[in-house]
Ligand binder design. Structure first.
Ligand SMILES: [Zn+2]
Length: 94
């Protein structure tokens, strides 16, 4: 039937999209990709939880540890947002 797509197809697409987005977000935060991929696919509200989740470890190009207090800050941050220490030796991916 042209012009008609089964609703099941959309539900399937949403599940796949939520899983993929969740996987990428988990990777950015140094969390387990497979676990979050599955969680977000089954329960998309987990995407929100993951969005606000703090990173658990240093991730190349995304998060790094503050040289003073050890908190995880954005890779390109000029100063730590926790202790305000200026960050030196900013590493870039280029
Ligand atoms: Zn700091």
């Amino acid at each position: 039937m042209p012009g008609y797509v089964k609703p099941v197809f959309f539900i399937f697409l949403v599940i796949i999209a939520a899983g993929v987005i969740g996987g990428f977000m988990a990777a950015d935060r140094g969390r387990r990709v497979a676990l979050w991929c599955l969680l977000c696919a089954l329960l998309p509200p987990f995407l929100l939880l993951l969005y606000f989740a703090k990173p658990v470890r240093e991730v190349e190009g995304v998060f790094r540890k503050c040289s003073n207090c050890g908190e995880l800050i954005k890779w390109r941050a000029l100063a730590c947002k926790y202790c305000k220490t200026e960050q030196t030796g900013i590493k870039t991916l280029l």
